[in-house]
Design a protein around this ligand. Structure first.
Ligand code: SAH
Length: 250
């Protein structure tokens, strides 16, 4: 994913405060490319005020006279709409849309369009888009404030970016390989034997004990080192267990 290849395009925004709010929402999430298509009042002190420490995003905004100019070099365009299927079109929620956009942004220019506070995007504008995005809301009030809608869409992109980084860091930092299926199977056999040896598991009435223990360990995902520790504990435990195979004296 490359956030620098994703631009936020505001079409014909009425309230300059919203433009500032959008700049801030973007910067908080690590996006910086803002396009303003025919803003009704811009520049404006209310935009500056609402942008707070995102003045760089606001000042770097590209102002155009028409939507075409703002998206001419884009290979993929997403149109956001407060109303669900206004025209039949591929429609995604922010999370699934972010997955698509994140993937494409590695090699393509992507634009996400946001409409006017009073009327949203026109049908003509929505028809330019490859995909429509709708933020799920209460049926009683589906229209979010413009900057808040931008915030949610950018947040979902941010989550994917951080998830990428976290899982890469987690794998890189882990000091042992995760246990193979084979070794897990050997562990479960050893565990079952031990539980029988110590009289905790009755082989005549095993119930769901082993299934539940398997579920427990598979939730944790053991690494090889942890697995060896547990196997060691089982081996030592077995030494103390009374066995009925005649090996034990008393
Ligand atoms: N009354 C307009 C809503 C405008 S809200 C309409 O019915 O379309 C201003 C902009 O915020 C919208 O054009 C859209 O870009 C975004 N937005 C607001 N609520 C949204 C939602 N639930 N899903 C997707 N985008 C939304």
């Amino acid at each position: 994913m490359n956030l620098d290849n994703i631009r936020i395009v505001l079409v014909n925004t009425s309230h300059p405060g919203n433009i500032g709010g959008v700049a801030r929402a973007m910067k908080n999430m690590g996006l910086s490319r803002l396009y303003l298509v025919e803003p009704r009042q811009y520049p404006h002190e209310k935009a500056t005020w609402r942008a707070a420490s995102a003045l760089d995003v606001l000042e770097g905004a590209v102002v155009t006279g028409a939507l075409d100019e703002a998206i001419a070099d884009c290979q993929f365009v997403v149109g956001t709409s407060a109303r669900g299927r206004r025209i039949p079109w591929p429609l995604l929620d922010p999370r699934h849309c972010a997955e698509r956009v994140a993937d494409l942004s590695g090699r393509e220019q992507v634009a996400i369009l946001f409409g006017r506070e009073d009327r949203g995007l026109t049908n003509e504008e929505l028809k330019v888009c490859n995909l429509h995005l709708n933020i799920p809301t209460s049926a009683h009030y589906s229209s979010l404030n413009l900057a808040m809608a931008v915030q949610i869409v950018c947040y979902e992109l941010r989550m994917l970016l951080d998830a990428d980084r976290l899982s890469a860091a987690e794998d890189a930092q882990w000091d042992a390989a995760f246990a193979t299926r084979d070794n897990m199977e050997r562990f479960y056999i050893h565990l079952e034997e031990t539980l029988i040896d110590i009289g905790f598991l009755d082989p005549a009435a095993p119930r769901q004990l082993m299934a539940r223990l398997r579920r427990l360990y598979s939730r944790v995902r053991l690494d090889e080192m942890e697995l060896n520790i547990l196997r060691g504990i089982l081996t030592e435990t077995q030494k103390f267990a009374p066995r009925d195979d005649g090996l034990k004296v008393d």
